[in-house]
Design a protein around this ligand. Sequence first.
Ligand code: XCC
Ligand code: SF4
Length: 676
Amino acid sequence: MARRQYRTPEERSADPSVVELLQHACDLECVTCFDRADDMSPCPIGQEAKCCKNCSMGPCRLVRDGQTGVCGATIETVTARNFARMVAAGASAHSDHGRGLAYTLLDVAEGKTTDYQIRDVDKLYTVAGYLGVAVEDKSIEEIAREVAEVALGEFGKPLGEILYAQRAPAQRQDIWHEHRLTPRNIDREIVEMMHRTHMGNDQDYEHILDQAMRAALADGWGGSMLATDISDILFGTPGPIQGDVGLGVLSEDEVNIVVHGHEPTLSEMIVVATQDPELIAYAESKGAKGITLSGLCCTANEIIMRQGIPTAGNMLQQELAILTGAIEAMIVDVQCIMQGIVAVAERYHTEIITTSPKMKIEGATHIEFEEDRALEIAKQIVRRAIDRFPERGETYIPKDVHATIPGYSHEYIGYALGGLYRGSFRPLNDAIMAGRIRGVVANIGCTNARVQFEGFHRYLTEQFIKNDVLVVETGCASVASQKQDYMTPEAALEVAGPGLREVCETVGIPPVLHMGSCVDNCRILTVLSQMANEGGLGQDISDIPAVGMAPEWMSEKAISIATYCVASGAYVIMGVHNPVAGSEVVTEHISKGWEGKIGGKLEFITEMDEILERTLAHIDAKRAALGLPEYDASQWGQSGDARMKVLLEMPIEERIAAVYGAGNARLQPGMPEAAD
Ligand code: XCC
Ligand code: SF4
């Protein structure tokens, strides 16, 4: 039998620090997800959604043309059902996260926990407005209690529709009503999705996929949006903050604690505990110089954008982080946590600590987190980590740290563009209308062991900003750009195209904006809505020259996000593989079919350059449909710091000639240079 082909570290990763650790893993003969991916090809039947196991007359494998399941289910029904169930699972994960935060807010309002506070009162008032909670003559606590109660009602109210649907542009709301896509309540749409895909129910692929859109909208405009809003109320609405990213943030001589997962309730308390002078002294008593906290996955996004806590890496770096030998404890809550970390941790002194009542891993320590004793438990966990420090052996930390400025919330972008009193998206719309900014790409989602780690993210982001496309990012994709040094304003000078560079220099923003974690993709929805409402770029999200993408997606949550963005009018491109490839009809339906029906479309494209081409073509087509001038890079770039920088790098003679024209007598070489 032919030996299986293993990819080289360079084939596995576009991030040099990860290449280094993959080589280290190889030297140690430590197995990671990259090896397991090479060891096991994806199941060809499951990959294309040709398998149904929804009842015990199956599992049925529909591999021949025209073949049906024992019950008669067609390939269209089976692929649509499988896709719909991915949406339901993804929507449930985001939404359950949102529910947890609503309960925390209720606890704070009722005084059941004093470890959390309401940090952003303005946001509380804003959200009260969205949820129809009157604020006159009420204390902050009363408002917070009512906001929490109405928010919790959104998950299961018996009548009506989710309130946040009204935050979409009017035309979008009409489209949703016309096709009965407006979610009624969050839980109901997910439950109905599971009901409809049970054996013997909905067997019309279009009808199944309509409900998939409704369940996804309940995520994007429901559970995720509530998660984001309540996180802002409790932990503060993000604004730009300086931070560091890369595995090099791990410390050689301090206790390293890594928080990994998604929910800010846990990580925010660990932040407080690691700053406790008593615990720092305790760490010193064990021979450490202090405590270094860092984050992985979306937890990292949550705490870097609010507290400036460094990010160690993204999803696929979780095992590799432990391979540094430098982590005393990895504290996890929910979502995207690979069981493989326990086996890697067993080779080291690292303790894996699970904390959520919803998740345990065999071989990990479980210390359950309770909101009313949050800080006490956080301190207990930190103390355990410190106790491990004397057991630390040899370390292998890549020297890889990158500066970043994350935290571009909807609110901050409005402020950056319009100022404190007249926060506005007008300058952004104007820049797109003029063609300085060609369009917008939301590059989001995961990293995936089946494709080269960050290969798509890095290549595509670079190409987009070179082509004057403003990029906004969340989740693991954003970590790739931060490690690529694209999330500092200086990146604009180096890489961005001339028009985008002018805008970035004027406003002082990076060409790639960090907008948060994966639930924060709803921030992108509200930004797009405001752009549509601002005027000049059509009436609806589907009119805006913008594309969403998750080229290295892996989770069911990513499928839910893609679906709610499409149902909100966006063109969304996903990479890796097409999970409905088993049916050409369904593949066509989620693309052209959905575009005809609701204005957005979903495509799975596995070639980088094809993603790039289709994205730019879509942006240009939307510009043309709006009657905007054709994108022309040669018009821009004659102003601003970039030109200044080029000038300053020239020898003085050339600089004078460039500024004043050759032979101009006003300045001659040898005259004193102006201060830089
Ligand atoms: Fe998970 Fe949110 Fe995907 Fe990253 S991007 S792998 S879902 S951590 Ni959300
Ligand atoms: Fe097979 Fe139909 Fe049962 Fe699915 S529901 S496993 S297609 S018999």
